[in-house]
Ligand binder design. Structure first.
Ligand code: GLU
Length: 485
């Protein structure tokens, strides 16, 4: 019987959820769920210097917002717990000692100063630790330990031969063993390094598929040597391609803050919907069969396959993300849209008493990001100062003269309109165009400019009149007439 697929998301609590991390979590979720398996959350906090208060909560919150529900984790438990590495501390030491007994690891007592000097010393062609303590005599080790000398435990790498493994995405990877440093497994503070803890935990937690960024590709042979030393089965590896950002000069480089928001939180604060972000980032390194681009998470579970992960770097395109966000905004129910847009609308209209629902309905059709809203509707509370040349528009066949006469007619008619709602304004304006023998556009353009003071607006003339109300609309039209007279 095939083993149940188990993947794990193993973030370090650094205080924010980088897009790359979120993509890793998403792929791990999809690989587990598309195979009917488990998605495990493990917190990798062995680097206590980097500990950030509240970072764990942020991880739970981000996964929840993203819809990536884990089956086991620190917050919900599970049979392989604890799921926080600092709480598993004792067991790493035991495993490290087992490796020492097997001759695959050793105590190292080198001082910081000695290690520092190695970096500068000529002739350290290896470029790493010079294996000074690798062959210490047993008695010496015992003596040092009994004297309480600080130590680390290092992995004893083979000095010859090669280590090879097969990655599902990158194919066969081979390294010369002599290039592998005798890396530290347990640090002087008794904590394991990531390099050690991830292997122990992945084995103990019965993880079948290791999914992570390709920056770990070159370390994987070291992990495999550990699996072999323990006699454990090596998991399947799925390394994901780099995520790049576009530079102004057209080149690309590793995605960083200078390209734009790089954390999930920042994207949400910038006005993107979580569903849109998830849908967009699944395409960073994976492509579906066919041309379809819009997928819900459930649909992705059905569609996803490891075979279609690419090893070429993916470029994060903020314009494309905008497009996805717009699509998701359009798909929202009116109720959800208002829920998401309301604060931004209130910010835009200040203390004016406009109908939020009406504003929302013109915005939903045109919006790309929620954060655009205050600017887009700033003309509602205050008519901006504008140039009268805005009334000239070729397509609508308007000029300063016919704009003036249209506005005069509109003003009188609107003043006599008793029922101020979309339907009534609509009928009145179109009726007026007919009566004056002008095209609808020739009627609408000057009215819209008069009530908004700007070339482009969310919503047309009628919608804006409806939102502004009778008094304000007529005031603005009168001002335009003055301007044109
Ligand atoms: N803790 C590692 C990180 O945050 C996880 C790497 C892995 O998935 O193995 O980068």
């Amino acid at each position: 019987m095939e083993k149940k697929v188990r993947t794990r998301f193993a973030p370090s609590p650094t205080g924010f959820m980088h897009i790359g991390n979120l993509r890793t979590a998403l792929f791990e979720y999809l690989i587990a769920k598309s195979g009917g398996g488990d998605f495990v959350l493990r917190i990798e906090d062995t680097d206590q210097n980097r500990y950030v208060e509240g970072a764990e909560e942020l991880i739970y919150k981000s996964l929840k917002i993203a819809g990536l529900k884990h089956d086991e984790g620190p917050d919900i438990g599970g049979k392989f717990g604890p799921y926080v590495q600092s709480l598993r501390r004792e067991r790493y030491m035991e495993y490290a000692k087992e490796l020492i007994d097997k001759g695959k690891a050793y105590y190292c007592f080198c001082s910081k100063e000695r290690l520092e000097s190695l970096k500068t010393e000529n002739g350290n062609e290896f470029g790493g630790y010079d294996r000074h303590c690798r062959n210490l005599k047993n008695e010496e080790v015992k003596k040092n330990l009994s004297q309480g000398l600080p130590f680390v435990i290092r992995q004893k790498m083979p000095l010859g031969g090669v280590t090879t493994f097969e990655d599902e995405v990158f194919g066969e990877v081979t390294v010369e063993n002599k290039e592998l440093e005798d890396q530290i497994l347990v640090k002087a503070d008794g904590y394991p390094t990531y390099n050690f803890a991830n292997v122990i935990d992945d084995h103990e937690m019965q993880i079948t598929d290791i999914v992570r960024g390709c920056e770990y590709l070159s370390s994987t042979p070291k992990y495999n040597l550990l699996y072999e030393a323990f006699g454990w089965e090596i998991p399947r590896y799925i390394h994901l391609p780099l995520i790049m950002g576009k530079n102004p000069d057209g080149t690309v480089s590793k995605l960083s803050k200078r390209h734009g928001a790089v954390s999930f939180e920042d994207l949400l604060n910038d006005g993107y919907l979580p569903e849109a972000v998830i849908n967009y980032i699944v395409l960073l390194g994976w492509c579906p069969e066919g041309n379809r681009e819009l997928f819900s998470l459930e649909e992705l579970v059905k569609e996803f396959s490891i075979k279609r992960i690419s090893k070429s770097p993916a470029v994060f395109d903020y314009d494309k993300l905008d497009w996805f966000n717009g699509e998701y905004i359009r798909k929202e129910s009116t109720q959800d849209f208002i829920k998401h847009a309301e604060n931004y609308i209130r910010q835009g209209i200040g203390d004016k008493n406009f109908d939020i629902k009406k504003i929302a309905s013109v915005l939903q059709q045109r919006l790309v990001k929620f954060t655009q809203i205050p600017d887009m509707i700033s003309f509602l509370p205050d008519l901006p100062e504008y140039d009268k040349d805005l009334f000239i528009n070729k397509k609508s066949k308007t000029n300063l003269e016919n704009s003036l006469s249209v506005l005069k007619e509109a003003k009188t008619a609107l003043e006599n309109l008793d029922k101020w709602d979309f339907e009534s304004i609509h009928d009145l304006i179109l009726g007026l165009a007919k009566k004056m023998g002008v095209k609808n556009g020739t009627m609408m353009w000057p009215v819209r400019i008069a009530v908004s003071g700007q070339q482009t607006t969310p919503g047309g003339a009628i919608e804006i009149l409806d939102i502004l109300g009778k008094d304000e609309s007529i005031k603005r039209i009168s001002y335009a007439i003055e301007k044109l007279s």
